[in-house]
Write a protein that binds this ligand. Structure first.
Ligand code: 5GP
Length: 203
């Protein structure tokens, strides 16, 4: 690249109802050197196989509240009755150094970032909604995953139906198909976002 040009990092926000294939997509993207994946904080219990500090920072509710009070979060939300939050400092430092960041957050979190009161963050944003197949298929996928009880699955399906109403708020929508197709579509978005003139800085 012409060395007179550089750019700030892009904040890729991916949202989808749980079971829509987003975790598989994000896991695949995490294997690549294209982004830094932002590890969220949560008060929910770890699932089997989840690693503290890698999948989430698993916090007690009092620790989470203390961090909210200390202003450590870029956004935080109550999802399915548990708290989730994105730590601000690692994201800002990566974006300032031109490193792209990927975050997997719900529709409330994405809305908060769209309205964030720092234009630098708003301009860094590239938000992508992963539209799941129909709700019946989503229910089947969640049942197959086997990590939630039928009552918890019911809550997640209700949340999914609500979240799917927000797809138009996102700059991009990927209608979820196979992981390979979803990944390819995401890469097209990533490519285009990286060449936006407005992201370029001329030394
Ligand atoms: P799960 O418990 O299945 O890992 O995640 C449940 C939901 O919480 C998902 O929709 C996920 O995108 C969302 N989520 C994860 N981390 C964050 C976060 O830091 N902030 C917000 N607002 N939502 C999050």
């Amino acid at each position: 690249m012409n060395k007179e040009f550089s750019r700030y990092g892009i904040l890729f926000v991916v949202s989808a109802p749980s079971g829509a294939g987003k975790s598989t997509l994000c896991d695949a993207l995490r294997q690549t050197p294209d982004f830094v994946y932002s590890v969220s904080c949560t008060t929910r219990a770890p699932r089997a196989g989840e690693i503290d500090g890698e999948d989430y920072h698993f916090l007690s509710e009092s620790d989470f509240r203390a961090r909210v009070a200390a202003g450590e979060f870029l956004e935080h939300a109550n999802v399915h009755g548990k708290f989730y939050g994105t730590l601000r400092d690692p994201i800002l430092s990566n974006l300032h150094s031109g490193v792209d960041v990927l975050i997997d957050i719900d529709t409330q979190g994405a809305a908060a970032i769209r309205e964030y009161d720092d234009a630098f963050v708003r301009q860094a944003l590239a938000d992508v909604f992963i539209m799941p197949p129909d709700l019946e298929e989503l229910g089947r996928r969640l049942t197959k995953r086997g990590t939630e009880t039928p009552a918890q699955i019911e809550v997640r399906l209700q949340t999914a139906a609500r979240e799917m109403e927000h797809w138009r708020d996102y700059r991009y929508t990927i209608i979820s198909q196979s992981i390979e197709e979803d990944l390819m579509k995401f890469r097209h978005i990533m490519g285009a976002e990286r060449y936006l003139s407005s992201r370029m800085i001329l030394a």
